[in-house]
Design a protein around this ligand. Structure first.
Ligand SMILES: Nc1ncnc2c1ncn2[C@@H]1O[C@H](COP(=O)(O)OP(=O)(O)O)[C@@H](O)[C@H]1O
Ligand SMILES: [Mg+2]
Length: 248
């Protein structure tokens, strides 16, 4: 199935009573105790908490990278986990329905910037020329189009991070999970990234979770989940208009 041709996502993200314990017995760590979270299609929410509070664990569970211990997770209209995985093909789930932005960019060193971004849409069946022009559009939106033919090792840390964001957006996944995406960026670029994520959310009805403790972007969220000791508490954010902050 070609995800580029599927209609926009419906239903967003729903997490109910999620628990994750690493290890067993004396060395067991309860990283998530009872996490509840909801993200509507078209919404960008912040996930904020001290180091070791379970932020990455939560994203990895939701992204089907690690298996939770118990609870329930729903993506779109489909329950993907209910005290056990309820979808058969976790690889297809990760590839077609979830866009990841990691702290480290993990670009493929022997592909140029354009092909790093175009690769997933190509794998999903989009003709190469279309995949490349989509990649170039995203690189332009992220202001790295001048590096389109470069190899990842020739880019600065900030440029690499913007390329990895373009890559996460390339398949138009219904869900984007970003772990500290703006950490290596200056204030203006960090806000530019948030502007693109918000545009993407609005236009493609993507549900987006951004893990951060970046003071530059926290005021942009309308809703924030604070995580502490493996439990989440929801709070209203400032929801500052990005158009305004970009010109400030
Ligand atoms: N693979 C693992 N094995 C054992 N414990 C882990 C593992 N990954 C994370 N933890 C523990 O789970 C807790 C939450 O970690 P993590 O989700 O990485 O937090 P954060 O991303 O908020 O810093 C921490 O106590 C951490 O040490
Ligand atoms: Mg982390």
């Amino acid at each position: 199935m070609n995800p580029m041709n599927t209609p926009p996502a419906q239903g967003g993200i729903l997490i109910e009573g999620l628990r994750k314990v690493y290890g067993h017995g004396d060395t067991a760590v309860e990283a998530l105790k009872h996490v509840n979270m909801q993200v509507a299609p078209g919404e960008v929410v912040g996930l904020v908490g001290p180091s070791g509070s379970g932020k990455s664990t939560l994203l990895k569970c939701l992204g089907a990278i690690i298996e939770p211990t118990s609870g329930k997770m729903t993506l779109g209209n489909e329950v993907i986990y209910d005290n056990g995985w309820t979808v058969k093909d976790l690889r297809a789930l990760r590839r077609d329905r979830i866009g990841f932005v990691f702290q480290a960019p993990y670009l493929i060193p022997f592909l140029d910037v354009t092909d790093n971004v175009a690769l997933l849409p190509m794998l999903a069946g989009l003709p190469n020329a279309q995949a490349r022009s989509r990649a170039l559009e995203l690189l332009t939106a992220l202001d790295v189009q001048h590096r389109a033919r470069a190899e990842p090792s020739q880019l600065s840390g900030g440029e690499q991070q913007r390329v990895s964001i373009a890559r996460a957006l390339a398949n138009k996944p219904p869900v984007i999970l970003a772990d500290e995406p703006t950490a290596p960026l200056d204030s203006e670029r960090a806000l530019a990234v948030m502007r693109i994520l918000n545009q993407m959310a609005r236009q493609a009805q993507t549900a987006i979770i951004v893990v951060t403790h970046d003071e530059k972007i926290i005021p942009t969220f309308r809703r924030i989940y604070h995580i502490r000791d493996g439990q989440t508490v929801e709070e209203a954010g400032e929801g500052r208009a990005l158009e305004d902050s970009a010109h400030a």
